[in-house]
Ligand binder design. Structure first.
Ligand SMILES: *Cc1c(COP(=O)(O)O)cnc(C)c1O
Length: 233
């Protein structure tokens, strides 16, 4: 079941990329494994999956400890400053940086661990009051400020689109995030590249891929519905 789901989602990503005239190799599928037991992660790891996304620090660390060390862990959830120290040397990419204060803490902890931390800046493109992330008009100045931290590299942008029934409704959001990344790239800011666009979830990853996603974050479509009443590990 699990590996079939993974293959199906992966094939859909490939098809969406081709449909848009993109090279499918530009798009990486992140298996969003929050709330799911390590046995399930191990199963798709054995099937070839190397990118996993988690949204809670403790859960990420627990899974990191027991699973193979070549997994690339993506921190995709809201990150509290006091927890940065637990993950800064374990994650491949932090998707959810939305303040200078958080970036400052990441820089400090990365320096302590002698690593360079790769991050994305989270943008609330849809302007939803309930969501984290920067407003579009705040992004450029924030990127400029964060780019000054020596132990951080800004690799691109991330957004969480609203839940919609028809994924076409989110197309303009993905299009706008892509456009914003192009605008920022053209500013040639030191320590900043805009090669990574993290957008698209189970309901809309195909549209996101068509609009330029390089990372799609799919949970339910691979692992099935989440049951928050059960322990995670
Ligand atoms: C949970 C989560 C996902 C995956 O959501 P699905 O709809 O289950 O694919 C993607 N991105 C973020 C930030 C998440 O928290």
């Amino acid at each position: 079941m699990l590996t079939e789901n993974y293959d199906l989602v992966y094939q859909n990503v490939v098809d969406a990329a081709k449909k848009a005239g993109r090279n499918p190799d530009e798009v990486t599928l992140i298996a969003v494994s929050k709330t799911k037991p390590v046995s399930m992660l191990q199963e798709i790891y054995d099937h070839g999956c190397r990118h996993f996304g988690e949204n809670k620090v403790q859960e990420l660390v627990e899974k990191y400890e027991v699973l193979p060390k070549d997994i690339k862990w993506h921190m995709i959830g809201h990150l509290q400053r006091n927890k940065v120290k637990y993950i800064v040397d374990k994650v491949f990419l932090i998707h959810s940086v939305d303040s200078v204060r958080l970036a400052e803490e990441i820089d400090k902890q990365a320096a302590k661990k002698q690593v360079i931390c790769n991050i994305l800046v989270e943008v609330n493109v849809a302007n939803e009051a309930t969501k984290f992330g920067l407003m579009v008009d705040e992004v450029v100045s924030m990127v400029e400020e964060i780019s000054k931290f020596p132990n951080i590299r800004i690799k691109g942008l991330m957004t969480i689109a609203p839940y919609v029934v028809d994924s076409e409704e989110n197309r303009s959001i993905f299009h706008n995030l892509k456009q914003l990344s192009v605008d920022i790239m053209q500013k040639n800011i030191d320590n900043v590249t805009m090669d990574v666009l993290s957008m698209g979830m189970t309901g809309d990853y195909e549209v996101a891929t068509e609009e330029g996603a390089t990372l799609v974050r799919v949970g339910t479509g691979i692992f099935g519905e989440r049951d928050y009443s059960k322990a995670s590990v």
